[in-house]
Every structure is written in structure tokens, then in C-alpha cells.
Ligand binder design. Sequence first.
Ligand code: ZN
Length: 291
Amino acid sequence: MNIIKIFQKFPTQESCIDHLESVRWSDGVKCAYCGSDNTYPMPKEKRHHCNSCKKSFSVTIGTIFHDTRIPIQKWFLAMSLIINAKKGISARQLGRDLEVNKDTAWRMAMKIREAMKDDGELLQGIVEMDETYVGGKPRKVKKNNDDDKGNPRGRGTKKTPVVGMVERKGNVKAQKVDKQSLKSKDLNELIRKNVDPNGSVLVTDEYRGYRKVSSILKHYTINHSYEYANGEIHTNTIESFWSLVKRGIVGQFHKVSVRYLDRYMDEFCYRYNRRKECSECVFNEMLINMI
Ligand SMILES: [Zn+2]
């Protein structure tokens, strides 16, 4: 669903409400207060009345679309822009596209990201696992100060670590972790939570944190100091996901607060995991999460 289709299909607030009703009440209208299906529509007001509890309600009640002065069409447009922006879209850009100020755009995008949280199923098959580092202070080395080595790259940096796992040709999961949580025990815990050990194989680099992984599942390592792939043993899939994340965070979001990093990761994972689905299906699925 691109923005042209949004304009065509949902030109008015009423058409947006009709669509929300069809998504929220696909099995028939239910009272938002008591759950009764004994209701009748009040089409003029775009509301419904409940014969059981005698209250009236609209489809937006209890949803993000309710207490907002932003027309629902702008929400739909924001969702569409975010779904279709491979590298994400900055609040500033979203604000310009929607003609709202950038703080409003930022809040809208954050609400939409909440609907992009994926519990998802356990990963299976050949799973690649790796960490990357995002955000934090830029590298800089002061002159005449031998103690300040700047912000080193890789493990040992001041940036925030993010751990990711991806199935070959499948889904990805990624989350922020504490710097102290890159030890064997913590990484093993993450694997247990996210990977189905039965019949799955894990591929990582030779980082020491992974050395106890073979107690959970079959484990292969690739030594990046002299090779990038050894047949099926490589981490190219997760690396290309990281490059997408980095281009997004550097290019679009510029600075991502550590506090919100997981929401941005949810966004990148959500989009990646639905890269083969039709954008209209993704749009409606997201809408269900939002209401
Ligand atoms: Zn009721």
C-alpha cells in the first residue's frame, strides 16, 4: 500500500473509519464496553449503540486514533511511508510529508513502531548470529592527549551493542543488550529464547562469547581474519541486515537514543521479516496491532 493508494482508497475521515471498522470488527461489531454483539449502527455519527449496556461507541475508542486531532488519513499515510521506507524515515522527513511538525511526526512514528513489535516464532534451520554496535559518541581523538584513544570500533567501543539472529532466507530478530551481556551465559540465554535447537545450526564468528553455544545446538564458526565464507559457513545474511540498519540509523535517524533503540530495531526487523509480503497485507496487519 503506497501513498497513492492511501489517497485513492481513504480520501476522507469517514472512509478511514469504515476501513478501521472492517478490520477491527471483521466478525461483526462488538460493544467496546461490554463486548456484547447486540448493537446497532448510527451511521450519521459513525458510531454504534449497545443494547446491552446502553452506551455508544466508535471504532476508534481505546485506540491511538481516538485522542488525536490528527486526521486518520495522516496516520495511514505515516504507516505506509514507514512500511515502504527500507532504511526508515526521519521524523523531520515524515513531518514534511504529512505537513505536521517534527515532534508530532516523531510521536506518530514511535506509536507506529509499537505496532511493529514482533513476538514471532523461534528461528530454525541455518541461523546466523552476530553483534553490532550503534549510536554513542563519534570517534574523535584529541590532539596532544595520548590517554584519549577516541571511541574504538567493535567490541570495546562506547557504543551500544545489538545482538541479531537471522534464518537463511527467513526471519531476523535483533535487540539491544547491555555491554556486560555479551558473555557466554547471556548469549546462550538469548539463543534459547530465540532459536529452536532441534535441527537448527548456528553460525557465528569466533568471538569468545559463543564458545559454549555447542551445549545448546550445532555450532559452526567462521574466522573473519582470513575468510568471509567457507561454503555454507558464513554470516553474510546478518551482515547485510546490519548494513541496512546502519544505513538507516546513520542516514535517516542520525542520532538514535539508546532508550529507544529497541523500537528502531523492532522497525527494521518488522520490515525485513515482511519483505516478501504484499504491502497491503502488511498495512492491515499493522492496523490490527494498532487497534
Ligand atoms: Zn455494551
